[in-house]
Design a protein. Sequence first.
Lengths: 183, 291
Amino acid sequence: MLNKNNIEVAKKVFLSIFAISIFYCNFWIMLARSPASELAQKLPISRVAADLFDTFSVFSYYETINRNIVIRGLPKNSPSNHQYASSNEWVNIDLSFDYFPHCLGEQQMRLYFSKHLSLGQEEFNKACKAMANKIKTRVNLKRPNNQLHKISIGVEIWPRSLLGYEYLKEAETTKFTILCVGD
Amino acid sequence: MKKVINLWNKFWFEEQDAYPIAAFRIVFGIYLLIFFLKFLPFVESMFSNQGVYSPFWIPDIAPEPIFSWLIYSLTLVLIILFILGVKTIFVTPLLLFNFLYYFFLNFAVKNSSYDRLIIIFLIILCFASINNVWSIKSPKEKIRKTSVFATRLLCLQISIFYFGAGLYKAFQPSWSNGEILEMTMASNWGTPLAFWLLRLDLPSVFYDLLTIGTIIFEILFGFLLWIRPLQKYVFTLGILFHLSIWLLLSIPEFMICATTYVLFMNPKDLENIGSSLYSRINPKRLNVGDK
């Protein structure tokens, strides 16, 4: 019978289950990020909950190199046939506030697509290409007289220094790799 | 068994003055307002189909610029209503849904813990009566007491967050010495202040101690928050910790953790602080009351 008392009890039971679920999710994540991570894999949890409660691993590792995402564009009016465009026909696109109004760390996080990479290389490629195409659309909107044919997203790598972010960034020490090219 | 149930009910469902959850509503709401106001010059470039963003787990549903502005304006309105405590039984779930829209459209790609904390907090607040006091509500509707459930759950969640972060670092080989702090400050997150500190060329033992200190701080902090006599010092330490992350690593968003400290405070102390602040804003009204 539905009376006020039963409703109160039902409400408390529901909220208790909710609280226990929150603790379970937190506990699962702690276990998954500990040396006993294999045990966590045997316990059930939804992918959404695991992703939502995965808040503990902040700055979990470091590198001794700097990685900098570089956006380059191939102008529509470049002299060579686009299919055979050489690397010096590509122009650097400044990751200015018009495209990525964030600090450098967040800019780079947004362009590493680590979340998409966790779903597989195909998802990474799709996300990277989609981003390249979005940047192209926006650049071409802003520069109607100097439009771009394609955008590439690449990464520069050079040794990290405590004396400054670009202190050791020189031509000899810097490597460049293309991650994707838009349509 | 009955004793366990009674203890459980007492811990989760006893009634207390609603000042802690109301204070959190206001402080967290102001945090959300600042969080979204920083996007004001960039609404079109971040949230419209002419912008630059990377949806995650959803198709590309970014609207035309005019609609992105409409949704953004609605977001600000919802946050203001949330802060003022207007119809929070509807506003809080709407705000959650609204934030999830932005999260999957634009924020999820950067994989940040503070975005997830915002979602968790909003989910918990959907199950609470958060506008019993300090809200725009008719005096007849205001009931001073409320269930302690959401307050306790939020307190425990933030305690677990600190503890979990510390425990995680304790297990990580990269956190065994101070090199991780040096290298993180020298990364693309490092601010000019961070590089100035690094250029002082302090001995490595300084960074080693800082690393151990960070781990110990995070492991213990969640427990220390509950000890009322120490709260003044604990809150100060926490705020300084998150300020250092802001100033050295350009991440002000982790101040979200400091917004939860009000939940741990004595409701009576919060009531007195609220009255004191109100009397400074409205001294005439207090004088009338005194008569």
